[in-house]
Design a protein. Structure first.
Length: 454
């Protein structure tokens, strides 16, 4: 059998699966052939087609972002799979799972297949998709292939795309009858609408952005999350609660390793970085659903990530044009682009001692692979796909600028923030696709395979 093309990445600090070693990784074609501690031999160097001296930098498994909105089909004036997958790879994300609130919404198996076709044509990152629940499509959800479908997305709070499921009988049936992970946007719609009406009656409709967390309140988050967690326990469903934003909700989850948990949780970099004190300076740039809340919530979420209450960090990457972000707390759209700079921002938190580097990798690479049972991804292991990221975690401080942003919307809420972490190189399936911010336009992406028995 003909030997494949070998790439050697050596003289690196390899962080993966709870440990950090100094050593090297050997790639053959699209797979990892070896991960070893220590120095590489001259003989092995001579056998390799490509040799990368990592100069003591950090090598981590590619991130798996299990919560993105790439806006295709139907909303491609602000984002598409081609543009956002390039932003992902530039940011160290090698695989993504896209949400169903596009136009048309991904609420049929046919629509999901169409998205897979689109991604195969244009994505530079590995790809997967959720199938969306509605009040009346449960029979369609049952047709989904669990190897090709990440899970079911259930909105029990309204957000972009108007996919609200508000029939309690339907929610129960989904949890009882669908044998796949159900990922939920949990905000209580009745509480939101009641608060909105009360605020408008008292203050009028011309509300500044800092009213957003007043309307989409702690109470709305807790009430919805408490209810869906209780129902999941009753039905035995696999439930994943997305974008936890409050300290209150944390009491509903169990600490410890993700393996064996039937109920899991996610938070996002924006909830670990921003607080409501920043609405005054950043305005609608940090308006998202659920809303960014108090410093005490941010601090509690940081603690929860570090202590295993929260299982996954995902970006909820939700690009809009800046002109769409103009307006009041009622009219400015919610969502922000986060995928390109989330890895650097989270590694900054590790440098500050908020998290460890091992925890960043666990929450952004290892645990998404475990949660969705993704075939041979999320770890640096022999036989796994070579999805790898070389990180300079001690570079000179630099500001994020609009010129750096690869998302089609061309802005970031992190603009001006000084970072000391850069993504130098990203490999997808063994192919170098990001070299110091230059995306090599040769898509080598593959569809993710879920519910693997491995």
């Amino acid at each position: 059998m003909k030997a494949g093309k070998k790439t050697l990445i050596h003289n690196v600090r390899i962080t993966d699966d709870g440990t950090t070693i100094r050593g090297y990784v050997l790639i053959e074609d699209e797979f990892i052939l070896a991960k070893e501690e220590g120095n590489v031999s001259p003989q092995l160097i001579s056998e390799c087609h490509t040799v990368i001296d990592g100069q003591g930098k950090l090598l981590i498994p590619g991130g798996i972002d299990e919560h993105v909105h790439f806006r295709q089909p139907g909303l491609t004036h602000k984002a598409d799979i081609a543009s956002e997958s390039r932003a992902a790879v530039a940011g160290g994300i090698t695989s993504f799972i896209d949400m169903p609130n596009t136009n048309p919404a991904t609420v049929t198996v046919e629509a999901l297949e169409n998205k897979l076709t689109l991604a195969a044509q244009s994505s530079v990152a590995n790809y997967g998709f959720f199938l969306g629940a509605t009040n009346d499509n449960i029979e369609e959800l049952k047709k989904a292939d669990p190897r090709k479908t990440a899970g079911i997305k259930l909105f029990i709070g309204s957000s972009t795309g108007n996919m609200l499921v508000d029939k309690s009988s339907t929610i129960r049936r989904i949890l009882e009858e669908i044998d796949m992970l159900v990922a939920v946007h949990a905000e209580d719609e009745h509480t939101i609408q009641a608060k909105r009406a009360a605020v408008i009656e008292r203050y009028g409709e011309n509300l500044p952005i800092d009213f957003h967390p007043v309307i989409r309140s702690h109470e709305a988050c807790y009430k919805a999350t408490e209810g869906i967690v209780a129902l999941a326990k009753e039905t035995g469903a696999r439930l994943h609660v997305l974008h936890i934003s409050t300290a209150d909700e944390l009491r509903l989850f169990t600490p410890g390793p993700i393996e064996g948990k039937r109920i899991t949780s996610e938070t996002c970099p924006q909830y670990l970085l921003f607080t409501d004190e920043l609405y005054a300076s950043l305005g609608a740039r940090i308006k998202c659903n659920p809303a960014i809340k108090r410093p005490v919530d941010r601090d509690a979420l940081r603690y929860a990530v570090a202590n295993g209450l929260i299982d996954v960090i995902a970006t909820d990457h939700a690009p809009h044009l800046l002109e769409e972000k103009k307006g009041t707390a009622l009219t400015a759209v919610s969502g922000m682009p986060m995928i390109q700079f989330s890895h650097p921002a989270m590694i900054e938190l590790a440098k500050e001692g908020v998290l460890t580097m091992e925890q960043v990798v666990e929450k952004m690479s290892n645990n998404p692979a475990r949660l969705f049972r993704i075939d041979r991804r999320g770890f640096i292991r022999p036989g796994y796909y070579a999805d790898l990221v070389l990180v300079d975690d001690d570079c000179d401080p630099y500001p994020v600028t609009p010129e750096m942003v690869l998302s089609k919307c061309r802005w970031s809420p992190l603009e001006g923030a000084p970072l000391t972490v850069k993504i130098d190189m990203t490999w997808v399936n063994g192919h170098l696709l990001n070299s110091y911010g230059i995306i090599l336009d040769t898509p080598k992406a593959l569809p993710l395979r879920f519910n693997s028995s491995d």
